[in-house]
Design a protein. Structure first.
Length: 110
């Protein structure tokens, strides 16, 4: 009888551990993320809590025209995973080359 209780408790513990994903969750980087406004070329630095979707909302114009970018060899590029969002939406994209994803014109960082 005692062995049965121990087995049930162990199975419950293993099940709970598996259900919760094994304990602690990985922490996301707290570093700001760089964005470009595809309509103006202006570059913004946003905290993770400052946006909920991609394209993100421009804090100056309240338009959803900000796409995540990364710097490669002193040039800014929209991150490749967002290529579809850049070309399949109704964004007024005048500042990002849809082929290379390079930012054509850059503004001041905000």
């Amino acid at each position: 009888m005692k062995i049965g209780i121990i087995v049930v408790v162990l199975l419950a513990a293993v099940g709970y551990y598996a259900y919760t994903g094994g304990g602690a969750k990985p922490q996301l980087s707290q570093a700001p993320i760089s964005f470009v406004d595809v309509a103006t070329g202006e570059i913004f630095q946003l905290e993770r809590d400052d946006f909920v979707s991609i394209p993100a909302k421009n804090p100056k114009t309240d338009t959803y025209t900000l796409m995540p970018i990364e710097k490669v060899d002193d040039a800014w590029y929209v991150k490749d995973r967002y290529r579809g969002g850049l070309t399949q939406t109704d964004l007024e994209n005048v500042c990002v080359d849809p082929e290379t994803l390079k930012v054509k014109a850059g503004g001041d960082e905000q």
